[in-house]
Design a binder for this molecule. Structure first.
Ligand SMILES: [Cu+2]
Length: 402
Protein backbone atom coordinates (compact mmCIF):
# COMPACT_ATOMS: atom_id res chain seq x y z
CA UNK A 1 0.00 0.00 0.00
CA UNK A 2 1.14 3.56 -0.64
CA UNK A 3 1.51 5.96 2.28
CA UNK A 4 0.49 9.61 2.34
CA UNK A 5 3.56 10.60 0.33
CA UNK A 6 2.86 8.06 -2.32
CA UNK A 7 5.67 5.73 -1.32
CA UNK A 8 5.13 2.05 -1.21
CA UNK A 9 5.43 0.68 2.32
CA UNK A 10 8.05 -1.87 3.27
CA UNK A 11 5.41 -4.39 4.28
CA UNK A 12 3.89 -4.19 0.85
CA UNK A 13 7.25 -4.72 -0.76
CA UNK A 14 7.94 -7.76 1.39
CA UNK A 15 4.50 -9.08 0.67
CA UNK A 16 4.91 -8.49 -3.04
CA UNK A 17 8.29 -10.17 -3.03
CA UNK A 18 6.79 -13.10 -1.20
CA UNK A 19 4.06 -13.30 -3.80
CA UNK A 20 6.63 -13.33 -6.59
CA UNK A 21 8.51 -16.13 -4.88
CA UNK A 22 5.33 -18.13 -4.44
CA UNK A 23 4.34 -17.45 -8.04
CA UNK A 24 7.74 -18.61 -9.24
CA UNK A 25 7.43 -21.75 -7.18
CA UNK A 26 3.97 -22.44 -8.56
CA UNK A 27 5.21 -21.91 -12.09
CA UNK A 28 8.13 -24.20 -11.42
CA UNK A 29 5.78 -26.94 -10.29
CA UNK A 30 2.81 -26.49 -12.56
CA UNK A 31 3.89 -24.12 -15.26
CA UNK A 32 6.17 -26.43 -17.13
CA UNK A 33 3.52 -27.86 -19.36
CA UNK A 34 3.85 -25.04 -21.84
CA UNK A 35 7.57 -25.53 -22.15
CA UNK A 36 7.68 -29.19 -22.93
CA UNK A 37 9.72 -29.32 -26.09
CA UNK A 38 11.89 -31.93 -24.43
CA UNK A 39 8.87 -34.03 -23.55
CA UNK A 40 5.84 -33.70 -21.32
CA UNK A 41 6.27 -33.51 -17.57
CA UNK A 42 5.95 -36.74 -15.68
CA UNK A 43 4.10 -36.87 -12.43
CA UNK A 44 6.89 -37.28 -9.87
CA UNK A 45 5.03 -39.75 -7.72
CA UNK A 46 4.26 -42.01 -10.64
CA UNK A 47 7.78 -41.67 -11.92
CA UNK A 48 9.09 -42.63 -8.50
CA UNK A 49 6.94 -45.71 -8.43
CA UNK A 50 8.17 -46.88 -11.80
CA UNK A 51 11.78 -46.06 -11.11
CA UNK A 52 12.01 -47.72 -7.72
CA UNK A 53 10.35 -51.02 -8.33
CA UNK A 54 11.05 -52.47 -11.75
CA UNK A 55 10.68 -56.00 -10.36
CA UNK A 56 6.96 -55.43 -10.00
CA UNK A 57 6.50 -54.07 -13.48
CA UNK A 58 4.75 -57.16 -14.75
CA UNK A 59 1.97 -56.66 -12.24
CA UNK A 60 1.69 -52.91 -12.48
CA UNK A 61 -1.67 -51.42 -13.12
CA UNK A 62 -1.22 -49.71 -16.40
CA UNK A 63 -2.00 -46.07 -16.12
CA UNK A 64 -1.64 -42.89 -18.03
CA UNK A 65 1.49 -41.90 -16.20
CA UNK A 66 1.95 -38.77 -18.27
CA UNK A 67 -0.99 -36.67 -17.31
CA UNK A 68 -0.23 -33.82 -19.69
CA UNK A 69 -0.36 -36.13 -22.66
CA UNK A 70 -3.86 -37.57 -22.44
CA UNK A 71 -4.52 -40.15 -25.06
CA UNK A 72 -8.00 -38.95 -25.85
CA UNK A 73 -8.21 -37.04 -29.09
CA UNK A 74 -4.52 -37.71 -29.62
CA UNK A 75 -5.06 -41.07 -31.33
CA UNK A 76 -6.46 -41.45 -34.82
CA UNK A 77 -9.26 -43.64 -33.44
CA UNK A 78 -10.48 -40.74 -31.32
CA UNK A 79 -11.31 -38.85 -34.47
CA UNK A 80 -13.68 -41.55 -35.73
CA UNK A 81 -17.32 -40.52 -35.80
CA UNK A 82 -19.53 -42.30 -33.30
CA UNK A 83 -21.61 -43.61 -36.20
CA UNK A 84 -18.56 -45.45 -37.51
CA UNK A 85 -17.76 -47.19 -34.23
CA UNK A 86 -18.59 -50.87 -33.83
CA UNK A 87 -21.63 -51.36 -31.61
CA UNK A 88 -21.17 -53.71 -28.66
CA UNK A 89 -23.35 -54.61 -25.70
CA UNK A 90 -22.20 -53.46 -22.29
CA UNK A 91 -20.35 -55.96 -20.15
CA UNK A 92 -21.82 -56.21 -16.65
CA UNK A 93 -20.67 -58.03 -13.54
CA UNK A 94 -22.76 -58.79 -10.48
CA UNK A 95 -20.96 -58.68 -7.15
CA UNK A 96 -18.75 -60.28 -6.06
CA UNK A 97 -17.87 -60.94 -9.70
CA UNK A 98 -16.22 -58.13 -11.59
CA UNK A 99 -17.31 -57.52 -15.14
CA UNK A 100 -14.80 -59.39 -17.32
CA UNK A 101 -11.85 -57.57 -18.90
CA UNK A 102 -12.75 -56.08 -22.27
CA UNK A 103 -10.02 -57.72 -24.33
CA UNK A 104 -10.52 -54.95 -26.87
CA UNK A 105 -7.99 -52.44 -28.14
CA UNK A 106 -10.29 -50.21 -30.14
CA UNK A 107 -13.04 -47.71 -29.46
CA UNK A 108 -16.60 -48.92 -29.52
CA UNK A 109 -20.12 -47.65 -29.17
CA UNK A 110 -21.23 -49.47 -26.03
CA UNK A 111 -24.89 -49.92 -25.27
CA UNK A 112 -25.83 -50.36 -21.62
CA UNK A 113 -29.26 -51.01 -20.18
CA UNK A 114 -29.90 -50.89 -16.47
CA UNK A 115 -33.24 -51.54 -14.80
CA UNK A 116 -34.23 -49.97 -11.50
CA UNK A 117 -36.20 -52.34 -9.29
CA UNK A 118 -37.48 -51.76 -5.77
CA UNK A 119 -37.50 -55.08 -3.96
CA UNK A 120 -37.42 -56.62 -0.51
CA UNK A 121 -34.27 -58.59 0.19
CA UNK A 122 -32.41 -59.69 3.27
CA UNK A 123 -30.06 -57.16 4.86
CA UNK A 124 -28.97 -59.82 7.35
CA UNK A 125 -30.24 -63.23 8.38
CA UNK A 126 -33.84 -62.67 9.42
CA UNK A 127 -33.70 -58.95 8.66
CA UNK A 128 -35.53 -57.72 5.57
CA UNK A 129 -35.32 -54.35 3.90
CA UNK A 130 -37.01 -52.73 0.93
CA UNK A 131 -33.98 -52.01 -1.24
CA UNK A 132 -34.04 -49.70 -4.21
CA UNK A 133 -31.69 -51.29 -6.72
CA UNK A 134 -29.94 -50.97 -10.03
CA UNK A 135 -30.29 -54.32 -11.75
CA UNK A 136 -32.03 -55.98 -8.81
CA UNK A 137 -28.83 -56.12 -6.76
CA UNK A 138 -26.85 -54.13 -4.20
CA UNK A 139 -24.47 -52.96 -5.41
CA UNK A 140 -25.77 -52.52 -8.92
CA UNK A 141 -23.79 -54.40 -11.55
CA UNK A 142 -20.28 -53.31 -12.44
CA UNK A 143 -20.17 -51.70 -15.86
CA UNK A 144 -16.90 -51.93 -17.77
CA UNK A 145 -16.01 -49.82 -20.78
CA UNK A 146 -12.83 -48.56 -22.42
CA UNK A 147 -11.41 -45.05 -22.34
CA UNK A 148 -12.76 -43.22 -25.37
CA UNK A 149 -15.82 -45.43 -25.80
CA UNK A 150 -19.09 -43.76 -26.62
CA UNK A 151 -21.71 -45.14 -24.27
CA UNK A 152 -25.42 -45.09 -24.97
CA UNK A 153 -26.96 -45.57 -21.55
CA UNK A 154 -30.58 -46.52 -21.01
CA UNK A 155 -32.11 -46.44 -17.55
CA UNK A 156 -35.42 -48.23 -17.03
CA UNK A 157 -37.68 -47.78 -14.02
CA UNK A 158 -39.73 -50.91 -13.48
CA UNK A 159 -43.51 -50.34 -13.50
CA UNK A 160 -43.75 -51.84 -10.01
CA UNK A 161 -41.60 -49.05 -8.56
CA UNK A 162 -43.15 -46.51 -6.22
CA UNK A 163 -40.63 -43.72 -6.82
CA UNK A 164 -38.87 -41.86 -9.63
CA UNK A 165 -35.18 -42.62 -10.04
CA UNK A 166 -32.21 -41.61 -12.14
CA UNK A 167 -28.47 -42.21 -12.36
CA UNK A 168 -25.39 -40.05 -11.83
CA UNK A 169 -22.32 -41.81 -13.20
CA UNK A 170 -19.17 -40.23 -11.85
CA UNK A 171 -17.40 -41.19 -15.09
CA UNK A 172 -19.61 -38.80 -17.05
CA UNK A 173 -18.63 -35.25 -17.91
CA UNK A 174 -22.00 -33.59 -18.32
CA UNK A 175 -24.98 -32.26 -16.40
CA UNK A 176 -25.42 -34.23 -13.19
CA UNK A 177 -23.42 -37.13 -14.61
CA UNK A 178 -26.55 -38.10 -16.52
CA UNK A 179 -28.96 -37.50 -13.64
CA UNK A 180 -31.06 -34.90 -15.42
CA UNK A 181 -31.28 -36.91 -18.60
CA UNK A 182 -32.33 -40.10 -16.86
CA UNK A 183 -34.90 -38.89 -14.33
CA UNK A 184 -37.83 -41.22 -14.91
CA UNK A 185 -41.10 -42.20 -13.28
CA UNK A 186 -42.08 -45.82 -12.71
CA UNK A 187 -42.78 -47.44 -16.07
CA UNK A 188 -40.52 -45.09 -18.02
CA UNK A 189 -37.09 -45.42 -19.57
CA UNK A 190 -34.66 -42.75 -20.69
CA UNK A 191 -31.49 -42.78 -22.77
CA UNK A 192 -28.48 -40.52 -23.04
CA UNK A 193 -24.98 -40.78 -24.48
CA UNK A 194 -21.55 -39.88 -23.21
CA UNK A 195 -17.92 -40.45 -24.03
CA UNK A 196 -15.82 -42.07 -21.33
CA UNK A 197 -13.18 -39.33 -21.37
CA UNK A 198 -11.30 -40.33 -18.21
CA UNK A 199 -9.99 -43.78 -17.39
CA UNK A 200 -10.59 -44.87 -13.81
CA UNK A 201 -12.96 -46.57 -11.44
CA UNK A 202 -16.09 -44.56 -10.77
CA UNK A 203 -19.14 -44.81 -8.55
CA UNK A 204 -22.58 -44.44 -10.01
CA UNK A 205 -25.62 -43.75 -7.87
CA UNK A 206 -29.18 -42.54 -7.94
CA UNK A 207 -29.42 -38.78 -7.58
CA UNK A 208 -33.14 -38.30 -7.16
CA UNK A 209 -34.29 -36.22 -4.20
CA UNK A 210 -33.93 -36.96 -1.40
CA UNK A 211 -30.59 -38.14 -2.76
CA UNK A 212 -29.32 -39.49 0.54
CA UNK A 213 -32.37 -41.70 0.90
CA UNK A 214 -32.00 -43.20 -2.58
CA UNK A 215 -28.33 -43.92 -1.97
CA UNK A 216 -29.02 -45.25 1.52
CA UNK A 217 -31.50 -47.71 0.03
CA UNK A 218 -28.75 -49.31 -2.04
CA UNK A 219 -28.70 -47.39 -5.32
CA UNK A 220 -24.99 -47.44 -6.23
CA UNK A 221 -22.39 -49.42 -8.12
CA UNK A 222 -19.16 -49.01 -10.09
CA UNK A 223 -18.40 -48.17 -13.69
CA UNK A 224 -14.84 -49.03 -14.66
CA UNK A 225 -13.31 -47.17 -17.56
CA UNK A 226 -10.30 -49.20 -18.60
CA UNK A 227 -7.37 -47.13 -19.80
CA UNK A 228 -6.75 -47.59 -23.51
CA UNK A 229 -3.80 -49.84 -22.85
CA UNK A 230 -5.95 -52.00 -20.58
CA UNK A 231 -5.24 -53.46 -17.19
CA UNK A 232 -2.52 -56.02 -16.73
CA UNK A 233 -4.10 -59.45 -16.49
CA UNK A 234 -4.50 -61.02 -13.05
CA UNK A 235 -5.74 -64.38 -11.84
CA UNK A 236 -8.84 -63.18 -10.00
CA UNK A 237 -10.93 -60.04 -10.09
CA UNK A 238 -13.61 -59.29 -7.51
CA UNK A 239 -16.16 -56.54 -7.05
CA UNK A 240 -16.90 -55.29 -3.54
CA UNK A 241 -18.88 -52.20 -2.58
CA UNK A 242 -19.37 -50.97 0.96
CA UNK A 243 -22.53 -49.22 2.09
CA UNK A 244 -24.09 -47.99 5.32
CA UNK A 245 -27.75 -48.61 6.19
CA UNK A 246 -30.14 -46.83 8.52
CA UNK A 247 -32.95 -48.94 9.87
CA UNK A 248 -35.57 -48.17 12.51
CA UNK A 249 -34.41 -51.16 14.51
CA UNK A 250 -30.86 -51.67 15.71
CA UNK A 251 -28.42 -54.18 14.22
CA UNK A 252 -29.92 -57.64 14.04
CA UNK A 253 -33.46 -56.68 15.01
CA UNK A 254 -35.51 -59.12 12.94
CA UNK A 255 -38.32 -58.53 10.51
CA UNK A 256 -38.92 -55.99 7.76
CA UNK A 257 -36.98 -52.88 8.73
CA UNK A 258 -37.92 -49.39 7.60
CA UNK A 259 -35.51 -46.68 6.53
CA UNK A 260 -34.88 -44.17 9.35
CA UNK A 261 -34.27 -40.69 7.91
CA UNK A 262 -33.27 -39.06 11.21
CA UNK A 263 -30.80 -41.81 11.88
CA UNK A 264 -29.34 -41.30 8.40
CA UNK A 265 -28.99 -37.56 8.96
CA UNK A 266 -27.19 -38.32 12.22
CA UNK A 267 -24.92 -40.77 10.33
CA UNK A 268 -25.81 -43.35 12.96
CA UNK A 269 -25.57 -46.46 10.81
CA UNK A 270 -27.27 -49.60 12.07
CA UNK A 271 -25.47 -51.61 9.40
CA UNK A 272 -22.23 -51.18 7.49
CA UNK A 273 -21.91 -53.97 4.96
CA UNK A 274 -20.12 -55.19 1.87
CA UNK A 275 -22.25 -55.97 -1.16
CA UNK A 276 -25.57 -55.05 0.41
CA UNK A 277 -25.86 -57.68 3.08
CA UNK A 278 -24.34 -58.94 6.29
CA UNK A 279 -22.62 -62.18 5.29
CA UNK A 280 -22.41 -61.46 1.57
CA UNK A 281 -18.75 -62.49 1.66
CA UNK A 282 -18.58 -64.94 4.55
CA UNK A 283 -19.18 -68.66 5.00
CA UNK A 284 -20.37 -70.22 1.76
CA UNK A 285 -20.15 -66.78 0.13
CA UNK A 286 -16.46 -66.29 0.89
CA UNK A 287 -14.22 -65.29 -1.99
CA UNK A 288 -11.75 -67.97 -3.11
CA UNK A 289 -8.19 -67.88 -4.41
CA UNK A 290 -5.12 -70.09 -4.61
CA UNK A 291 -1.61 -69.54 -3.35
CA UNK A 292 0.54 -67.79 -5.93
CA UNK A 293 -2.30 -65.97 -7.59
CA UNK A 294 -2.68 -62.25 -8.06
CA UNK A 295 -5.98 -60.90 -6.79
CA UNK A 296 -7.49 -57.59 -7.85
CA UNK A 297 -10.48 -56.14 -6.04
CA UNK A 298 -12.44 -53.24 -7.41
CA UNK A 299 -13.64 -51.67 -4.17
CA UNK A 300 -16.32 -49.02 -4.12
CA UNK A 301 -17.97 -47.11 -1.34
CA UNK A 302 -21.56 -46.15 -1.97
CA UNK A 303 -21.91 -44.51 1.43
CA UNK A 304 -24.15 -42.56 1.75
CA UNK A 305 -22.23 -41.27 4.77
CA UNK A 306 -19.24 -43.23 5.92
CA UNK A 307 -15.72 -43.35 4.51
CA UNK A 308 -14.21 -46.82 4.49
CA UNK A 309 -10.85 -47.74 5.98
CA UNK A 310 -10.56 -50.78 3.75
CA UNK A 311 -8.18 -53.43 5.00
CA UNK A 312 -7.53 -57.14 4.48
CA UNK A 313 -6.43 -58.92 7.64
CA UNK A 314 -3.56 -61.31 6.92
CA UNK A 315 -2.06 -59.73 3.82
CA UNK A 316 -0.64 -56.48 2.50
CA UNK A 317 -1.93 -54.68 -0.58
CA UNK A 318 1.05 -54.97 -2.91
CA UNK A 319 -0.50 -52.29 -5.09
CA UNK A 320 -3.33 -49.81 -4.56
CA UNK A 321 -4.72 -47.69 -7.31
CA UNK A 322 -5.54 -44.77 -5.05
CA UNK A 323 -9.12 -43.50 -5.27
CA UNK A 324 -9.47 -45.34 -8.57
CA UNK A 325 -7.43 -42.55 -10.19
CA UNK A 326 -4.07 -42.28 -11.88
CA UNK A 327 -1.72 -42.69 -8.92
CA UNK A 328 -0.90 -45.99 -7.38
CA UNK A 329 0.74 -46.82 -4.13
CA UNK A 330 2.63 -49.88 -2.93
CA UNK A 331 2.78 -51.95 0.23
CA UNK A 332 -0.36 -50.51 1.76
CA UNK A 333 -2.12 -51.88 4.86
CA UNK A 334 -5.33 -49.84 4.82
CA UNK A 335 -6.66 -47.64 2.06
CA UNK A 336 -9.20 -44.92 2.66
CA UNK A 337 -12.16 -44.98 0.30
CA UNK A 338 -14.41 -41.94 0.47
CA UNK A 339 -18.16 -42.19 0.22
CA UNK A 340 -18.84 -41.94 -3.48
CA UNK A 341 -15.32 -43.12 -4.25
CA UNK A 342 -13.33 -46.21 -5.06
CA UNK A 343 -9.96 -47.94 -5.01
CA UNK A 344 -8.40 -50.87 -6.75
CA UNK A 345 -6.35 -53.12 -4.51
CA UNK A 346 -4.07 -55.89 -5.71
CA UNK A 347 -2.12 -58.47 -3.81
CA UNK A 348 -0.26 -61.67 -4.49
CA UNK A 349 -1.35 -64.54 -2.29
CA UNK A 350 1.69 -66.06 -0.60
CA UNK A 351 0.42 -68.66 1.82
CA UNK A 352 -2.87 -70.39 2.57
CA UNK A 353 -5.03 -68.37 4.92
CA UNK A 354 -8.50 -67.15 5.53
CA UNK A 355 -8.04 -63.46 4.83
CA UNK A 356 -10.59 -61.08 6.30
CA UNK A 357 -11.89 -58.02 4.49
CA UNK A 358 -12.90 -55.29 6.90
CA UNK A 359 -13.62 -51.64 7.32
CA UNK A 360 -10.87 -51.04 9.89
CA UNK A 361 -13.15 -48.63 11.70
CA UNK A 362 -13.38 -51.89 13.46
CA UNK A 363 -16.67 -51.82 15.34
CA UNK A 364 -18.28 -51.60 11.92
CA UNK A 365 -16.65 -54.90 11.04
CA UNK A 366 -17.47 -56.88 14.15
CA UNK A 367 -20.69 -55.18 15.18
CA UNK A 368 -22.28 -53.75 12.06
CA UNK A 369 -21.48 -56.24 9.31
CA UNK A 370 -18.51 -54.83 7.37
CA UNK A 371 -16.58 -58.09 7.25
CA UNK A 372 -15.87 -60.64 4.54
CA UNK A 373 -13.55 -63.54 3.79
CA UNK A 374 -11.13 -64.47 1.06
CA UNK A 375 -10.05 -68.06 1.51
CA UNK A 376 -6.65 -68.80 0.02
CA UNK A 377 -5.80 -72.47 -0.40
CA UNK A 378 -2.55 -74.14 -1.46
CA UNK A 379 0.97 -74.91 -0.39
CA UNK A 380 2.32 -73.71 2.93
CA UNK A 381 5.51 -71.67 2.96
CA UNK A 382 6.88 -71.74 6.51
CA UNK A 383 9.42 -69.05 5.71
CA UNK A 384 6.70 -66.60 4.78
CA UNK A 385 4.61 -67.70 7.73
CA UNK A 386 5.58 -70.45 10.15
CA UNK A 387 2.39 -70.78 12.13
CA UNK A 388 2.75 -71.43 15.84
CA UNK A 389 5.98 -73.24 16.61
CA UNK A 390 5.72 -73.27 20.38
CA UNK A 391 3.30 -72.78 23.26
CA UNK A 392 3.98 -73.29 26.95
CA UNK A 393 3.05 -71.84 30.34
CA UNK A 394 4.46 -68.41 31.11
CA UNK A 395 5.12 -68.06 34.83
CA UNK A 396 7.30 -65.03 35.58
CA UNK A 397 6.60 -65.27 39.35
CA UNK A 398 7.79 -68.87 39.51
CA UNK A 399 10.92 -67.88 37.65
CA UNK A 400 11.65 -65.11 40.16
CA UNK A 401 11.14 -67.44 43.15
CA UNK A 402 13.87 -69.79 41.98
CU1 LIG B 1 -33.47 -43.65 -6.87
Amino acid sequence: MRDERGNVGTGTLVGAAGFVVVLAAVLAVFGGRDATAAGPPVDPQVQHAFAEAPAHAAHDLTINAVWADRALRADPEDLMAVADLPVVQGVLGYAPHAAPPLARDYRAHVQVELEVVEKVMELADGVEYRFWTFGGAVPGPMVRVREGDYVTFTLQNHPSSHFPHNIDLHAVSGQGGGAEATLIAPGQQATFGFTALNPGVYVYHCATAPVGMHVANGMYGLIVVEPKEGFSPVDREFYVVQGDFYTRGDFGEPGLQEFDMLRAIDEDAAYVVFNGRVGSLTGDNALQAKVGETVRIFVGNGGPNLASSFHVIGDVFDRVWVEGGAIFNRDVQTTLIPAGGSAVVEFDTNVPASLTLVDHSIFRAFNKGAIGSLVVTGEQDPVVYSGRVDIRPYEPDAEAAR
